[in-house]
Ligand binder design. Structure first.
Ligand code: PRT
Ligand code: MG
Length: 211
């Protein structure tokens, strides 16, 4: 039988993927808190547990045949090297621009500084609007940046809006809606077509999407 490897990330995506995997008989058969490679209940499918931002890379290079990853990460990575056959509708949120309640511009002279984990998406967004901004790359806790004067704006994920609110920030613009997507390595799609199509059909059945 054809062996398939699926790359997943710890955290929200794993949590929201587990019920789907369970319905497909692919739940992890091992300690997902410690193991980085875990067999699934289906002996032909194994799971890799990696950082969210690494999922497109593993799938692009064929270290995993498939992956589950947020649209935010895919957009930042530049997803053209991967097939993206299905929206799983999980880990739903939006990518937004936010500022301090009092407004983004303290002095009106220098360029706005935007702190984000998503420099590419941010660059494209402001370029499309014809706005010159300075982008500051951060790896987390973007909400802190405006509070301490590191940035005027942030580009970050928002789900309930609770985190922004707690930090005295307001959402001023939505860049895109975000859900998690199933991605597939292009060579694997050819070489392991039957096994992958079969898996896609099963996913489609449980998420009500199209294969
Ligand atoms: O581990 P690593 O630091 O590399 O990644 P990570 O911490 O970003 O992982 P994780 O598990 O938090 O997020 C992985 C993916 O989940 C993201 O790439 C998104 O596709 C998706 N997702 C969905 C979210 C959220 N919803 C979300 N709300 N990722 C992050 N958040 C953050 C948000 O930025 C805010 O700071 O959660 C916080 C709470 O949001 P509110 O609005 O509900 O308060
Ligand atoms: Mg994290």
């Amino acid at each position: 039988m054809t062996q398939l490897t699926i790359a997943l990330s710890k955290g929200r995506i794993l949590e929201e993927s587990l019920p789907l995997l369970g319905r497909l008989g692919l739940e992890p058969a091992g300690d997902i808190d410690r193991l980085l490679r875990v067999p699934s209940k289906d002996r032909n499918v194994s799971l890799l547990i990696i950082r969210p931002a690494d999922v497109p890379t593993y799938v692009e290079y064929g270290a995993a045949d498939l992956g589950i990853v947020g649209k935010d990460v895919l957009m930042e990575h530049g997803g053209s090297a991967l097939y993206e056959p299905m929206d799983l509708g999980i880990a739903r949120c939006r990518l937004s621009v936010a500022a301090k309640k009092e407004g983004p511009r303290p002095d009106g002279v220098r360029r706005l500084r935007v702190a984000t984990k998503y420099p590419e998406i941010t660059r494209r967004h402001f370029a499309e609007k014809g706005e010159q901004v300075e982008i500051i790359k951060l790896y987390g806790s973007m909400e802190l940046a405006p509070l301490v004067g590191l940035a005027d704006l942030i580009v970050d994920l928002v789900a309930t809006g609770g985190t922004l609110k707690a930090n005295g920030l307001v959402e001023i613009e939505t860049i895109t809606q975000v859900t998690s997507r199933l991605v597939v390595n292009k060579a694997a799609m050819k070489m392991k077509n039957a096994a992958i199509q079969n898996l896609l059909a099963q996913f489609a059945e449980v998420v009500g999407g199209k294969p």
